[in-house]
Design a protein around this ligand. Structure first.
Ligand code: GDP
Ligand code: ZN
Length: 537
């Protein structure tokens, strides 16, 4: 593919097909200028053709058929980008056309009729073959999916994290996704990882110097110690990137939210409330059965995938166990959950309460939020003085709502004095009257952003803490960085007498980091990255 990229000229429609103000066809490669000469007829004062266009300047022009200049296909704009100062780093021509089915297909077929591949095949067996016409554009062919971006990568314009950022930017549906993607596309992740890799290579150079200079010198201890210190710093940074609460991955794929609670508390009402807000992107996720309803929502700029076990309602009375089991699975598979409780129910003495607290209490985790519903059923005066957090603490065992699950994290927890008050995790509202629902939504969005947003400041238990920057947005990144971490850790086990083995570990670590950005050994992972792109990107 690398050598082909240097030879062929690719073309594709880069805007969505269909009616629109502007449709752009991109042509990138050695024939781009030739396409200009054959197909672009600028409106010049004296009607003189422009064979060498001023690069990076828009020209009003007629777009004509390459084999018949009098055949005007469209009236539009053209701009020529002189390589390497173009997206692909090659000569690139952009034709800005009227976006309509006939115009676009006329220009595309004019391009394809002038390529090598369109040379008519002779089917007759005996008679003399007709002279094959020389194609106007000898290197031209339609682009493969993602091929423009692939050339930008091969041309050194972008690294892989920027390529992925670009793809995420196109796909971004929420503000949080856009912000995450734009940082990657701009090269922020590339810069962070490149500097990390440079530090590893620097340590490697120090260790290799020891190999070259041999043993026994007094100075060696210091040099090896220097490399060790450098690696320790890198390792700390890599660990920080890995300990990111998977915010990047969740921002890309959507945060899974489960709603649970006792029967009749208002779970379905909450689902409807969240789904019917005007601001919500409500798209049924393809492939979902009628049983499990999934909605993708935009809450505070964060993508949230809400799964409601619709079957739960039917079975909860009849086959209670099935319902409870389903709810348990939904909550366990989710990243966060909302427990809906009926306020009148939890305020009544246990003997009179219709709510069996055991079942929902077992599902409460550090990532559970609470909505205390049906406030309208309480007499007006005490409602305003109710503190949802205090109400809950009387219902829940002290450990359930405030502390993270024990011994699941390898990362040291922050000292107690640095922890501040957790953001609100419980609200009082009435889903039927609407009282308090907006405050709940705002508060929930704030809490979500504190936990999962790019500038998140909360740990798993909701305590404020300085969070590591989001670098990882894909399992691919995590795998390579974990590998790097492993090699750096092995390196630290070696001493100055194992320089050869130690250097090898550093080489592996540098390679693992390089795989994220595509700095080395890339061909095997290219296809995986570019596969998701569509044609014309
Ligand atoms: P689920 O079983 O938890 O899904 O609860 P539903 O959302 O189906 O609601 C159960 C019943 O409570 C329905 O009759 C709702 O109309 C009612 N309900 C829901 N929210 C409220 C509320 O805020 N106030 C009052 N008074 N009734 C509510
Ligand atoms: Zn329900």
């Amino acid at each position: 593919p690398t050598s082909d990229a240097q030879k062929s000229t690719i073309y594709a429609l880069s805007t969505p097909p269909g009616r629109g103000g502007v449709g752009i066809i991109r042509i990138s490669g050695p024939d781009a200028l030739q396409v200009w000469r054959k197909m672009v007829k600028p409106h010049t004062a004296k009607g003189k053709p422009i064979t060498n266009p001023t690069p990076w300047k828009l020209h009003r022009c007629r777009i004509v058929h390459p084999s018949d200049e009098s055949n005007t296909l469209d009236d539009g704009l053209a701009v020529f980008f002189k390589g390497p100062k173009s997206f692909t780093s090659e000569d690139t021509l952009e034709l800005h056309l009227h976006s309509g089915r006939a115009v676009i297909s006329a220009v595309l077929s004019a391009l394809s009729s002038s390529t090598t591949s369109s040379t008519p095949m002779t089917t007759s067996s005996s008679s003399a073959p007709p002279p094959t016409p020389t194609p106007t554009f000898s290197t031209l062919r339609p682009a493969a999916p993602g091929e423009f971006t692939r050339r930008a990568f091969l041309g050194g314009r972008l690294d892989l994290t920027q390529v992925e950022g670009l793809k995420d930017l196109i796909d971004a549906e929420t503000e949080g996704q856009r912000r995450l993607a734009v940082r990657a596309a701009e090269g922020e992740v590339r810069a962070q990882l490149s500097s990390l890799r440079k530090d590893v290579v620097h340590a490697l150079a120090q260790v290799e110097a020891l190999i070259d200079f041999g043993e026994g010198e007094e100075i060696e201890e210091g040099v090896f110690e220097g490399a060790r210190e450098g690696v320790e710093k890198v390792l700390e940074t890599v660990r920080g990137y890995l300990d990111d609460h998977r915010r990047g991955e969740l921002l890309r794929s959507g945060i899974k939210l489960a709603i649970f609670g006792p029967p009749n508390a208002g779970k379905s009402s909450l689902l409807n409330f969240l789904a019917q807000r005007e601001a919500a992107i409500v798209t049924p996720i393809p492939g979902t059965t009628r049983d499990i309803l999934s909605l993708s929502l935009d809450i505070g700029g964060l993508p949230v995938i809400l799964s409601d076990t619709a079957g739960l309602r039917k079975t909860e009375d009849v086959v209670e166990k099935i319902g409870i089991e389903r709810a348990r699975q939904a909550v366990q598979n989710a990243d966060i959950s909302i427990c809906v409780l009926s306020l009148p129910d939890i305020l009544s003495p246990p003997s009179q309460s219709s709510t069996d607290t055991e079942h929902w209490r077992a599902l409460v985790s550090p990532t559970t939020f609470f909505l205390l519903n049906k406030s309208d059923l309480l007499p007006p005066s005490p409602t305003s003085s109710l503190d949802p957090e205090r109400l809950l603490s009387s219902l829940l065992p002290p450990s359930a709502s405030t502390s993270p699950p024990a011994a699941t994290s390898e990362v040291p927890t922050i000292p107690a004095q640095e922890q501040s008050h957790p953001p609100q995790n419980a609200w009082i509202a009435s889903l039927s009257s609407g009282t308090g629902t907006q405050a709940f939504l705002n508060g929930f969005a704030t809490a979500l952003n504190a936990r999962y947003g790019l500038s998140a400041t909360a740990d798993d238990a909701g305590r404020a803490t300085e969070l590591n920057p989001v670098v990882i947005t894909r399992a691919r990144h995590r795998d390579h960085l974990k590998a790097a971490q492993g090699h750096l850790e092995v390196f630290l086990e070696y001493g100055p007498n194992d320089v050869v083995l130690a250097a090898e570990e550093l080489r592996y670590a540098a390679r693992a980091i390089g795989k994220v950005t595509g700095a080395i050994d890339v061909e095997d992972i290219l296809d995986a990255v570019f596969r998701d792109f569509c044609i014309g990107k």
